[in-house]
Design a protein around this ligand. Structure first.
Ligand SMILES: *Cc1c(COP(=O)(O)O)cnc(C)c1O
Length: 399
């Protein structure tokens, strides 16, 4: 479990104040579930066999990999043989887009279509393809950060190789109409990919209901280790591998399997599936308490993202007139971890491309905060932030 340093400090007015470490950045990464750590340990210790080996050491770990595949498949309504483990969400996105593009016959100029709010793992990969003989089309979003299926459909043609629109956005939590976009893509003969790194295990996913050909997941957004992910590929869909070599993952991802990581992801998927409804309800209640508290205690706050059609744990707000970077640093000094979509104070980084695509004015983006709640957060965490943030916001606005 997280070690929470709880102690007394002198407050601004000299009165003793409680100090807590509060992690509210669960869209950036999550703490490993203790059950996940425990399940992984044997594969870091005495169960060290290579799953490709024919002897007992290999066979016994091979069986654990296939169990994990079944658990991961069950979370998203897939068949186990449609799940390909790989080295994270970014690798999964790369495999989907490059794999679909490289599988097309050479000569014609094939198109890759994405939304404007995709994770860099999708956007930069589409950009890479555009620099290497493919065409890229980026479709905008509305003010809630949602892509319109009709707008996506309008840019599709017979040269479209793959369409990639994420299931839920990592910054705003806005959920995308993937099913309707997939219908349009597949009607044009294009493959449909969706990045579900943020939504898997948080809201129900059924790959058949969504109608996607490929779907990406990242283990570390789901209380499992970093450097681990998977790509769902619908049976019958042929893509090229990104990493060539041995026969691992049926030729889609070469390399001796990360057995401990796979086992950990499997357990995380199983726990997410079993607890999904209850976890989502608890997390949404904490997020709603946070949102209501911020709106009540701090004037001139704007909600970014869709107010309802949104991940249960994500809250993105702009504290107008404050600098997000300042808010983040001041929160960190009070032990609170969260994110900002504002440009970095040094001026080197760009403001969030997601908030820009939503048409939010730059000065409002400046004061944006992303607060993301996870299964290990408590009411005390939320109330601690609600106690500290108003004074931090007031000071940041004055500075
Ligand atoms: C975190 C994330 C990724 C990247 O996953 P990694 O495992 O960190 O490579 C991709 N897409 C989305 C939406 C994410 O949130």
């Amino acid at each position: 479990m997280i070690s929470r340093a709880v102690g007394k400090e002198k407050g601004m007015g000299g009165e003793p104040q409680e100090f807590r470490r509060v992690y509210l950045d669960n869209n950036a990464t999550t703490q490993l579930r203790p059950e996940v750590v425990e399940a992984m340990l044997p594969y870091l210790c005495d169960q060290y066999g290579n799953p490709s080996s024919a002897h007992w050491f290999g066979r016994s770990v091979r069986a654990r990999i296939e169990e994990a595949r079944e658990k991961a498949a069950a979370l998203i309504g897939a068949q186990p043989e449609e799940v390909y483990f790989c080295g994270g969400g970014s690798e999964s996105d790369n495999t989907a887009l490059k794999g679909a593009a490289f599988a097309k016959p050479r000569g014609a100029s094939w198109r890759v279509v994405t939304s404007a709010i995709e994770h860099p793992a999708v956007l930069a990969t589409a950009g890479y393809l555009a620099q290497n003989g493919y065409c890229q089309t980026v479709v905008g979003v509305d003010r809630y950060g949602v892509a319109d299926p009709a707008v996506v459909a309008a840019v599709l043609d017979d040269t479209t190789a793959v369409v990639s629109v994420m299931h839920a956005n990592n910054e705003t939590g806005s959920i995308q109409p993937v099913r309707r976009i997939a219908e349009a893509a597949r009607a044009r003969g294009a493959l449909m990919h969706s990045d579900a790194a943020q939504s898997a295990g948080k809201i129900p996913i059924d790959v058949n209901e969504l109608g996607v050909d490929m779907l990406s997941m990242s283990a570390h957004k789901l209380y499992a280790p970093k450097g681990m992910g998977l790509l769902y590929i619908r049976k019958g869909v042929k893509i090229h591998p990104l990493i060539t070599g041995g026969h691992h993952e049926r030729g889609i991802r070469a390399g001796t399997e990360n057995v401990a990581g796979i086992v950990g992801l499997g357990v995380a998927c199983e726990l997410a599936r079993q607890g999904l409804a209850e976890d989502a309800k608890k997390i949404a209640a904490l997020r709603d308490r946070l949102q209501a508290g911020i709106m009540e205690k701090i004037p001139s706050v704007r909600l970014n993202g869709h107010p309802e059609h949104r991940l249960p744990g994500t809250l993105n707000v702009s504290i107008e007139g404050a600098e997000g970077e300042t808010l983040l640093i001041q929160c960190d000094m009070q032990g609170i971890a969260l994110s900002t979509g504002s440009a970095c104070a040094s001026g080197s980084a760009e403001p969030s491309h997601v908030l820009v695509a939503m048409g939010i004015p730059r000065n409002v983006i400046q004061g944006s905060l992303r607060i993301s709640v996870g299964v290990y957060n408590t009411v005390q965490d939320i109330d601690y932030l609600l106690e500290r943030l108003p004074r931090i916001a007031e000071a940041a606005r004055a500075s």
